[in-house]
Design a protein around this ligand. Structure first.
Ligand code: DP6
Length: 402
């Protein structure tokens, strides 16, 4: 944290990761507190490839709370932003009143300036609200010296955000209480637990904007009997099995559960009335490709999952990554001169056998995939120590490029 002399601006910068669920959260029992109808489990992705960076400054001289997202000032009165600010300030006051020596006694009543950027294009259609709210809540907690149960606060920004407060493998326990104090995120295993696990994000070309998660799940809860069945009868045992598969690093079990859960989530979307379509023809083709690849080897080497959009997230092990990437490039030839096709963590090249191509037996679709991000499991939120990396200047306003 830095205190900029005469301006009396206190400032802190943190980063937070994206997470991708392998047991999906879909449906709320309380829309205000964001309490889910089922528990969920996700993998935290590495921040070298995907992260949100947030700087928050506070000063006696600031007139009002303000926020800038990806270079543009946004409305601070957004109800979910207000919930996070209110809850953190409440925790900070509670801590101050309990006489904790490390809490900053004055800053709680000061206004804040928040500036946040993603290191990945919003246009990629990757869920950025999880990293965004996790980063907001984590940075506020550092600024105000709050430790407590931060996942309860981040959850009130966006449900999936509570899982981005930890690295590695994270479960969000749905909880039972109506006030939500037991609806919390918990680490199942740290990022070092399964070092061979790899992630590819296949960014699919999509024409139309899909239905947002918040309104989509609202309609599903109101209309889908399949969703009720899923939450009551399927997810509880799946959570147990998934935690077991992760603890034992059993890829076949992890992959099968991941694919089945993604498929069931999209089935509940089709069962929603009117139905919601997140997958497109390219998504369907990726699903076939993965099954044919696994079929050829007689074991699950690769698994897919899809959120509220057509992009595929692929989980595999390091040993199978080079070949599978070649398979994807063969069946989805990239646009010539379309820029870098593979971004992120480098993957060494591997030959592709004619036998494998014949076994998969799909018609190649040129330009179906815009680009691929290669990444792995990563850590939770971090404090950025270098003051040069603050997104706000000493005047509390965004620096150029922030
Ligand atoms: C399909 O967390 O974006 O990605 O709580 O309304 O903000 P709100 O929804 P959000 O929903 C995420 C849905 C999902 C599955 C998942 O991440 O578990």
């Amino acid at each position: 944290m830095s205190d900029n002399g005469h301006q009396n601006v206190t400032m802190i910068t943190c980063t937070a990761p994206v997470n991708i669920a392998v047991i999906k959260y879909w449906g709320k029992r309380d829309e205000e507190l964001i309490l889910p109808i089922n528990s969920s489990l996700s993998v935290t992705l590495h921040q070298d490839q995907l992260k949100t960076t947030t700087t928050i400054a506070c000063s006696k001289s600031f007139q009002e709370d303000r926020i800038w997202l990806n270079g543009k000032e946004e409305d601070i009165r957004h109800p979910r932003l207000q919930s996070c600010l209110r809850e953190i300030r409440r925790l900070a006051r509670k801590r101050r009143n309990s006489g904790s020596p490390t809490s900053d006694v004055t800053s709680v009543s000061h206004k804040v300036h928040i500036c946040s950027v993603n290191n990945f294009p919003t246009a990629a259609g990757l869920a950025s609200s999880a990293a965004g709210y996790a980063c907001l809540v984590y940075t506020l907690s550092q600024l105000f010296g709050v430790d407590g149960e931060l996942s309860v606060v981040a959850r009130q920004g966006s449900g999936s955000a509570c899982r981005s407060l930890y690295g590695g493998f994270v479960q969000w326990k749905m909880g039972e209480r109506s006030n939500g104090t037991d609806s919390v995120a918990e680490q199942v295993a740290p990022e070092s637990h399964w070092p061979e696990l790899r992630v590819l994000i296949l960014v699919v070309s999509a024409e139309q904007k899909s239905v947002g998660s918040t309104s989509g799940m609202h309609t599903s809860v109101k209309t889908s009997d399949l969703l009720t069945y899923r939450a009551d009868a399927v997810v509880p045992s799946r959570m147990e099995e998934m935690i077991g598969a992760i603890r034992q690093r059993n890829f076949a079990a992890f992959g099968e559960l991941t694919m089945k859960d993604s498929n069931q989530f999209h089935a509940t979307c089709l069962d929603t009335y009117p139905p919601i379509f997140y997958l497109n023809n390219i998504s369907h083709k990726i699903i076939s490709l993965v099954h044919r690849y696994n079929q050829h080897y007689g074991e699950i080497r690769v698994a897919y999952t899809f959120d509220a959009g057509p992009n595929a997230v692929i989980y595999t092990l390091q040993e199978h990554l080079p070949e599978f990437l070649q398979v994807v490039c063969h069946f989805f030839p990239p646009e010539v001169n379309g820029g870098e096709f593979l971004k992120g963590h480098p993957v060494h090249s591997s030959p592709l056998s004619e036998e494998l191509k014949r076994a998969i037996n799909l018609e190649p679709t040129a330009k179906g995939i815009r680009y691929i991000i290669s990444t792995k499991v990563g850590p939770g939120p971090c404090v950025v120590e270098d003051p040069d990396l603050h997104l706000l200047g000493a005047d509390g306003l965004p620096k150029k490029n922030a």
